[in-house]
Design a binder for this molecule. Structure first.
Ligand SMILES: NC(=O)NCCC(=O)O
Ligand SMILES: [Zn+2]
Ligand SMILES: [Zn+2]
Length: 463
């Protein structure tokens, strides 16, 4: 395998920034040294002068080809991982799904069937548990040993994914003993369904009502509940897609008490709001996801949470549905709009824009987008950093390039962009995955099937 030398760039990790050259051999980083401190030679030299040299992004929350509401998320593992690479992400952790009445093993097999041999970048799986019973609880141990070390449970979507409090407690107790990490989608789904029914009966049918019925208080209530259940079980907890400041306050309080509870938010909650959900002509459907977008004032609380480490990770929850034919299924009834938004290609750029805007520092950018998700999901230091021994998943990032986000130029298999027309400073130039170029100077040179499945270790994140 070719030796590659990256020269002249500013190497940024979660802990350091330094002008050092990086030597890659055998798919791994083998050395970092100042330009006058080495005499390395290589088959390929990448001149990164004036650029950032950063670890490939780790997106810990994607849904390729996810079935939802009678349709499927429109990115396959092939198209979605290619788009991820374009955006500087070199690892995704997608959610395999246990169907009701099915086993965890069957769900995992189905996800391998969709993904294996098709990914442009490395990939791993969490497991969604939609049927917690004696047998699936027993299966959790085997999955943890085999490298599927995190399990998502829902307090939302009654009849589909919802687990009751007893089931959640049992899964948490099991994770407490086998080292697994419980992830929760925390919204009070039973109460939300009542509000949905009442809203529809009043004739409130537009996309904006999706945000109104999925109340911040019902996110906060469910977040409080799962925190308390995890405390009773004595297991760590990771709350996905936190959008409401009231839910974040629950996490912050628990963390102040020293509890091992962690939180993730997503770019859509940091950059978009209920104003988007209220766009006319059914355009608001493009922004329907759960938890929902919130009024703008929640954004400042989320940014603060990211700075103070009450939130540790930014993932995308990439779950795209085309406007035409898919989002349109909910014209006249917001509850039938498939839930989810595209974003796997935009996360690294949007978070760099947050650096430019002064919300976070450069190192915090790398922490929340690369290092923390790698630690959280048992992939560190193979992923999430640039250090000797780490996989050479490296992005050459031009911090001065200007771009306009648009569906016309993005690579996700979806007919709209949630950030259409947004100007951002910074752009991915070159991407290596285990030392192999996937994007080379803004040209795709990757291959479906290059991406390897990653069995994961257990959560390495400590408060
Ligand atoms: N978030 C969303 O609306 N769709 C994907 C499924 C989930 O994460 O709950
Ligand atoms: Zn969810
Ligand atoms: Zn999700």
């Amino acid at each position: 395998m070719a030796r590659t030398l990256i020269t002249g760039g500013l190497v940024i990790t979660a802990s350091d920034e330094s002008h050092v050259d990086v030597l890659v051999d055998g798919g791994r980083v083998v050395g970092l040294a100042t330009p006058d401190g080495h005499a390395w030679t290589a088959d390929h030299v990448i001149d990164a002068t004036g650029k950032y040299v950063i670890p490939g992004g780790v997106d810990g929350h994607t849904h390729m080809e996810m079935p939802f509401g009678g349709t499927y998320a429109s990115d396959t593992f092939e198209t979605g991982t290619r788009a991820a690479a374009w955006g500087g992400t070199t690892t995704i952790v997608d959610f395999a799904i246990q169907s009701k009445g099915g086993s965890l093993g069957e769900g995992l097999d189905a996800w391998h069937e969709k993904a294996d041999g098709r990914c442009a970048i490395d990939y791993a799986f969490h497991m969604i548990m939609s049927d917690v019973n004696e047998s699936s609880l027993r299966e959790m141990d085997g999955l943890v040993s085999a490298g599927v070390t995190s399990f998502k449970l829902f307090t939302a979507y009654p009849g589909v994914f919802l687990s009751d409090d007893g089931q959640i407690l049992r899964a948490m107790q099991r994770a407490g003993s086998n080292g697994g990490l419980i992830m929760t989608h925390a919204e009070n789904g039973l109460a939300i369904d009542v509000l949905v029914e009442q809203a529809l009966a009043r004739g409130e049918r537009d996309p904006r009502h999706h945000g109104e019925v999925r109340k911040a208080l019902l996110e906060a209530e469910a977040t409080h509940r799962v925190i308390k259940l995890s405390q009773v079980a004595g297991s760590p907890l990771y709350v996905v897609h936190v959008s409401a400041q009231e839910a974040l306050a629950e996490l912050a309080r628990a963390r102040d008490e020293g509890l091992p509870v962690f939180g993730e938010t997503c770019p859509q909650y940091l950059f978009l709001s209920t104003d988007n959900l209220a766009e006319p002509e059914f355009e608001g459907a493009k922004y329907v996801c759960s938890t929902p977008l919130r009024p703008k004032e929640h954004q400042e609380a989320l940014w603060r949470g990211l700075r103070t480490n009450d939130l540790q990770v930014v993932s995308t929850d990439h779950c795209p549905f085309c406007f035409k034919g898919q989002k349109e299924m909910g014209r006249g009834d917001f509850s039938k709009i498939p839930n989810g938004m595209p974003g796997v290609e935009n996360r690294m750029d949007l978070l760099h824009q947050a650096v430019v805007d002064g919300h976070i520092s450069r190192r915090r950018w790398i922490e929340i987008a690369c290092a923390a998700p790698a630690r959280m999901f048992g992939l560190y230091p193979k992923k999430g950093t640039i250090a000797p021994g780490a996989d050479a998943d490296i992005v050459i990032y031009d911090p001065a390039a200007e771009q306009t986000i648009s569906a016309e130029t993005h690579h996700m298999n979806v007919d709209y962009s949630a950030y259409e027309g947004k100007r951002v400073t910074g752009r991915v130039e070159t991407v290596l995955s285990r030392g192999v170029p996937v994007i080379d100077n803004r040209a795709y040179v990757g291959r479906a099937g290059h991406g390897a499945y990653l069995p994961r270790g257990t959560c390495q994140y400590t408060n």
